[in-house]
Design a protein around this ligand. Structure first.
Ligand SMILES: NC(=O)C1=CN([C@@H]2O[C@H](COP(=O)(O)OP(=O)(O)OC[C@H]3O[C@@H](n4cnc5c(N)ncnc54)[C@H](O)[C@@H]3O)[C@@H](O)[C@H]2O)C=CC1
Ligand SMILES: O=C(CO)COP(=O)(O)O
Length: 335
């Protein structure tokens, strides 16, 4: 298959390496001209995945228009908050043959939109049949290292979904299908907020009981929000839901987890993000999901506390005290 990966960060690069290794014709677009030159010269993404050499067939290119016009399958791997402007930029170059795979995880600030909703909003309703979402537990470095990984491809119930699933599966990267696009995207976005909280649990050395409780109640919170919006409950127990939540809350490679650890060490958010030097989607998602949850009247206690810590100066210890002293509840509540 011939495809273009748009986004030369950790995730776009890992996917490009993975699929180029498995005989697909892959071109990787990086935004900064100096990165295009440096990555091609080094034969590796020296900024985000320096230890993983490119397969010989992988080329990094800087001409976005040419790339879009010569590839029908586009894989979008840029930060979610950049989607709208980026899609508007490439819109004039798109034609009805184009298909898109959305690999970013988040919710847009200001609109509360998920990735697929942004695509339809910018490019038109017909894109509900032309865009697919890839999600699930998949750290870029481990994918690039060919560690066995299972993910989910969400999209319309068509033969094309099966074709893409078959084409993009490799011996170390196994795709499952799911038709619940909204559920899959909500899982991918909200797990990052819970992962920030998990970083605080880790940073404060609160132990395994706390972590297990956080992950479990976090999954409840994510499902409650998603089901209220019309997503299917089963999705939350799947790879995009429970799978990615476990990975991101427990895996040291998570950038969102590292944000939580930085905050627990007492550093201000700006400093933590500066030191990280990569995107941590949960920081913006926390704000957008909290806003939307207030509009909908859905209670998201962990997200609420993470919001106060990120944006209103609450100390992580105080956030924990708030969560532990909430009024007592039944474990499972009806919607
Ligand atoms: N890194 C990972 O393990 C995984 C990341 N993702 C998701 O993939 C998306 C991208 O994440 P990463 O590649 O990890 O981030 P990153 O921080 O490693 O790289 C971000 C890339 O986007 C580029 N970029 C930033 N602003 C841009 C703009 N306005 N227009 C075009 N390009 C822009 C940067 O130059 C950089 O190349 C995120 O939504 C993330 O949640 C999903 C699964 C795994
Ligand atoms: O989504 C991811 C793994 O599935 C990556 O998580 P982080 O963005 O927290 O590193």
């Amino acid at each position: 298959m011939k495809l273009a990966i748009l986004g030369g960060g950790s995730w776009g690069t890992a996917l490009a390496i993975l699929w180029a290794r498995h005989d697909h014709q892959v071109q990787l677009w990086a935004r900064k001209p100096e990165d295009v030159v440096a990555f091609n010269a080094a034969g590796a993404n020296t900024k985000y995945l320096p230890e993983v050499p490119f397969p010989e067939t992988l080329a990094v290119v800087g001409d976005l228009q040419q790339l879009v016009q010569t590839n029908d399958l586009l894989c979008l791997s840029i930060p979610l908050q950049a989607y709208r402007a980026f899609l508007m930029q490439i819109k004039p170059w798109l034609n009805p043959r184009h298909r898109m795979i959305l690999t970013s995880k988040g919710i847009e600030l200001g609109t509360g939109m998920l990735p697929q909703e942004i695509v339809e909003d910018v490019l038109g309703d017909e894109w509900s049949q032309r865009a697919y979402t890839l999600s699930g537990p998949s750290f870029a470095k481990e994918v690039a290292d060919d560690k066995p990984t299972t993910v989910v491809l969400a999209g319309p119930h068509t033969d094309e979904l099966v074709t893409l699933q078959e084409a993009l599966t490799t011996p170390t990267f196994r795709l499952y299908r799911n038709h619940d696009v909204m559920g899959v995207e909500i899982c991918g976005a909200l797990k990052n907020v819970i992962a920030i909280a998990s970083g605080m649990v880790r940073g404060l050395d609160l132990g395994n009981n706390t972590m297990a409780g956080l992950i479990t109640r976090g999954l409840h919170e994510i499902s409650r929000y998603g089901v209220r919006l019309g997503a299917e409950r089963e999705t939350f127990a799947g790879l995009a839901g429970m799978g990615d939540l476990i990975l991101t809350c427990t895996g040291g490679l998570s950038r969102n987890l590292r944000v939580g650890m930085g905050l627990a060490s007492g550093k201000p958010l700006e400093q933590v993000l500066h030191d990280l030097g990569m995107v941590a989607e949960g920081v913006h998602t926390c704000k957008s999901v909290r806003h939307k949850a207030h509009e909908l009247g859905v209670e998201l206690p962990i997200t609420e506390v993470v919001y106060h810590i990120l944006y209103e100066g609450m100390k992580p210890q105080e956030g924990l005290r708030r969560l532990m002293t909430r009024s007592l509840k039944a474990e499972v509540r009806k919607q």
